[in-house]
Write a protein that binds this ligand. Sequence first.
Ligand SMILES: Nc1ncnc2c1ncn2[C@@H]1O[C@H](COP(=O)(O)OP(=O)(O)OP(=O)(O)O)[C@@H](O)[C@H]1O
Ligand SMILES: [Mg+2]
Length: 611
Amino acid sequence: MTKVRNALNLALNYSNIFCRSLLLLWTTAPRETIFLAIALLLQGLIPSVAIWINKQVVDTVATILSSGSSYNFWTVTSLVAGWVVAIFLESLLPPWVEAASINFGEKLTAQIHLQLMRKADSFVDLIPFEDSRFYDELQLLQQQADDEPRTLLFIMSEFLPALFTVTTMLLLLCPLAWWIPLLILIASVPQPYVSCKIEWHIWETMSNKSLQARQMQYYSSVMLTDTYAKEVRLFGLGSLFTQRYLQAFQDKYQAMHSLRGKQAFSLTGLSVLSASGNAFAFFWVVLQALGGKLTPGSVLLFIQSLAYTQQNLSYLMRSSVIFQRTVLFMERFFNFLESKPTMSVYIPASPVPAPLKSGITFENVDFTYPDGRVALTGVSFTLHPGETVALVGENGAGKTTLVKLLARFYDPTQGNIFVDGKNLKNLDIQAWRRQIAVVFQDFCRYSLSIGENIALGNLAAINDLEQLKRAANKSGIAQKVERFPEGYFTLLGKQFDGTELSGGEWQKLALARAFVREENSQILILDEPTAALDPRSEYEIYRSFSELVRGKTAILVTHRLASVRMADRILVLKAGKLIEVGTHEELLQKRGEYATLWSMQADQYRNEVIE
Ligand SMILES: Nc1ncnc2c1ncn2[C@@H]1O[C@H](COP(=O)(O)OP(=O)(O)OP(=O)(O)O)[C@@H](O)[C@H]1O
Ligand SMILES: [Mg+2]
């Protein structure tokens, strides 16, 4: 009983996904959908029409030969004409169906990628990208989105005609004896059924092994991409990564290998069953014809129908196996589209205070990453409007995390962040982010032109060369850009044959990105903005720092303590706790953590000067 209920639920689920997939096809390309529906229906019916005509022709000829009577010219002519049309259509349709389904497949693949991208973009926080289950799922969908939609169409253009052909063939066989189509079905159906079941296990195993698949991809990309080429050679990492690749492969392969073996073994056994059923039916038909109970046309009909049924049942089997996998992909895709946001966005959102009056207040803020790592505990401070605050502390102290909370990539696990007394959670998140210009420590390098790399900070400036130049000037990259023949239109990154920049030059571009945004924003955050810069560039940036932060509330995260003296206040973080707050002089007098860090750096410089 439970088995029946489960099977029923499964069938319901499948038909639901199938209908939603059809709807997706329809919304992606309505014209192609109509064309394919008609063409596939015709393709499926033509063999049965042709076989029926064959039977009529053979029977007519046999009757005339045996009785010696004359034939009706128009009947024979229309039968032959019908046959010619059927055969013509049979060869005419496939190339058109194939072309249409390939075009359609490409549209569908693009549509699925677009929907994935839009859905991923709808997550305003970073939690989904840090939840490994969710991330695995997204990676799997992204990888399969290139193949599965095309497979769906390929399968449909095989599955639907095969289904029509098999159904009509079985109907044609009914007049011979009611049990013949039944026998053929009973003998042939277990094969696709078992195959489907095993294929489902293969899919499940493959999904469970997606970690290994991603590892394989990662290890091979480490060996094959330029980013890692230097270290791989220097440290002699080649054999380590090939070994790791092999381990991941073997883990994945073992599981799949045994399942595929099981599949081949059971299919061989079942094909014996199907051959025996067909042989019995064939023998019976021949005996009936010899006894005069069936016409020669019926024997021909049986032989041709059986061949077509067998062939199309195997198409059906093959496509239903792949179809099942595609349906599972579509199910995952639809589930992903329906996944709930991980961060709740308050609606109606409060407008963002501009300009800030009382400032930004962290009140007892705790934050623990989704993987359980505690990054901040009980952090409380106020950032006053127009103030520049330096955030210092050892590696892993929680500085970047604090910045990410401020940009609301995460909500605090405990405590609150207030902006002019309003909880950050209640503000319009997009409007809030427009107020923030930030250079992250792990800034991005886009394979776009230099101008575009800067303009990404403020898309409104994408065609405003003057504004881009101003930002480039501030970050100190302008001179370099002007030396390129194509200036701001120079393409960057090796991916599309662009030019490569040095690490520091990329960092200057990231700074320019923040500065182009900064013209419209109130808060400027620089997380290790000069880590890759040479002393002169660093000096230039900090020399014009007061100019850059004029009228802004700024946070400067840096390990170069010499540069924090220009901040109005310094916040010292240690192991996620805010342990000291004050000006440079106050903190030195306090002789705490900051004073220790300061004297370490000062000693280092002093020693170097003495040496
Ligand atoms: N995405 C993440 N998932 C889990 N833990 C994280 C994540 N990012 C950071 N952490 C952990 O949170 C702690 C604080 O990290 P954070 O990046 O804020 O340090 P930081 O002060 O910016 O250090 P650094 O000076 O090296 O940049 C670290 O212990 C780190 O391991
Ligand atoms: Mg950091």
